[in-house]
Design a protein around this ligand. Structure first.
Ligand SMILES: [Fe+2]
Length: 352
């Protein structure tokens, strides 16, 4: 254990004197920053969708319109980060639930923060990105890359809800935030629906392709395709002891993560799965798509079902169990950033 230097009246007086010169003693603060291992401020938290989140979201429809709010989003605020610069779910990532009512439009804009949309409930509303529109269904993973024009609309007769995952704290720490509204509600559509999957998502790329952007050119990784792939692979039964059958979403042009700052995955946990403990430096947000089970995080059990959302902070031991049926869960974290900086670590444990 490294000991904190003793505080004496002489030292306190010295610290007060140098503070006026914008100087401070490193030895008073160093041990709080160079910790022996990650000490995340965020805490493990579960949001029960049907019981708590959905009623609050439906109520928000009467509180403010999507147009006035710009984006009608309820933030998933981690109780351990209430004093952070902005309400976030982990130190590096934001999560919110956006609702769009029938007939509403969330007007077009662009920003340098990258965003993912993970569809929770409803079917048929759209997201449009840089001239391509995609119809959204539960379990779809939709990307709006940094600095691309995007708008959302709901031409159905049902409210639609999706999770917004953004890299707001990462862009903030780098001081790179830019934002611009588009002069019209909708950016002009000039490509047919499914265009990006046809060009980039079939194991082929256009001859002479020039895709150089760091984000995947696929607009919508549909749940129908993801689920079918998981089903086929599950037939072989080669489940990982910790993660079940876990597949990462990639940029098909580079093989890298689909987004430069946010790593996304989908996993299938078989019926009766009882995982071995795991921890990593990626604070991870989980969204349950199908099935019921529980995740035990540092000894605390979180019981989850479809549409529930929970967060496992960095370096917390946890394991997953299913209950009576198989389960499918989406997750996202800042792992691409950690990997590129050589910071990512993980560890596997043993069940007692
Ligand atoms: Fe946006």
């Amino acid at each position: 254990m490294r000991e904190q230097p003793r505080r004496t009246p002489e030292r306190e007086a010295y610290y007060a004197r140098i503070k006026e010169k914008n100087l401070a003693p490193l030895w008073e603060v160093l041990k709080g920053i160079q910790t022996d291992e990650p000490k995340p401020h965020e805490v493990p938290t579960l949001w029960k969708y049907d019981r708590d989140v959905k009623p609050a979201l439906l109520e928000s429809g009467g509180v403010i319109s999507a147009r006035e709010a710009d984006r009608r989003v309820l933030i998933l605020e981690n109780p351990g980060l209430r004093d952070y610069f902005f309400p976030c779910i982990t130190h590096s990532l934001f999560a919110g639930l956006q609702m769009i009512m029938p007939g509403e439009v969330a007007p077009s804009h662009r920003h340098t923060q990258s965003a993912l949309r993970f569809i929770i409930e409803g079917e048929g509303a759209y997201t449009a990105v840089d001239g391509e529109k995609t119809t959204m269904r539960p379990g779809d993973f939709v990307i709006t890359p940094s600095w691309t024009w995007h708008d959302h609309g709901n031409e159905t007769d049902q409210p639609m809800v999706w999770l917004d995952g953004l890299d707001i704290p990462i862009v903030d720490v780098l001081n790179c935030s830019f934002f611009e509204p588009y002069p019209e509600d909708q950016f002009p559509i000039d490509r047919p629906e499914g265009d990006s999957v046809a060009r980039w998502g079939t194991g082929m790329v256009p001859d002479g392709h020039r895709h150089r952007a760091p984000t995947s050119p696929i607009l919508n990784y549909s749940y129908a395709r993801t689920r079918e792939a998981l089903d086929r692979m599950a037939a072989r039964g080669d489940y990982d002891d910790c993660h079940g059958l876990k597949m990462n979403y990639i940029n098909p042009v580079t093989g890298d993560w689909a987004m430069p700052t946010i790593g996304t995955s989908m996993r299938l946990l078989p019926k009766g799965f009882s995982g071995t403990p795991f921890r990593s430096t990626e604070g991870t947000v989980y969204v349950v798509v199908e099935g019921k089970g529980r995740t035990v995080v540092n000894g605390t059990s979180f019981e989850w079902g479809p549409r529930d959302i929970f967060v496992v902070p960095s370096w917390c031991w946890h394991y997953h169990e299913t209950n009576g049926s198989e389960a499918v869960m989406f997750n996202y974290s800042d792992r691409p950033v950690q990997e590129k900086l050589g910071l990512y670590r993980e560890q596997r444990g043993k069940r007692a």
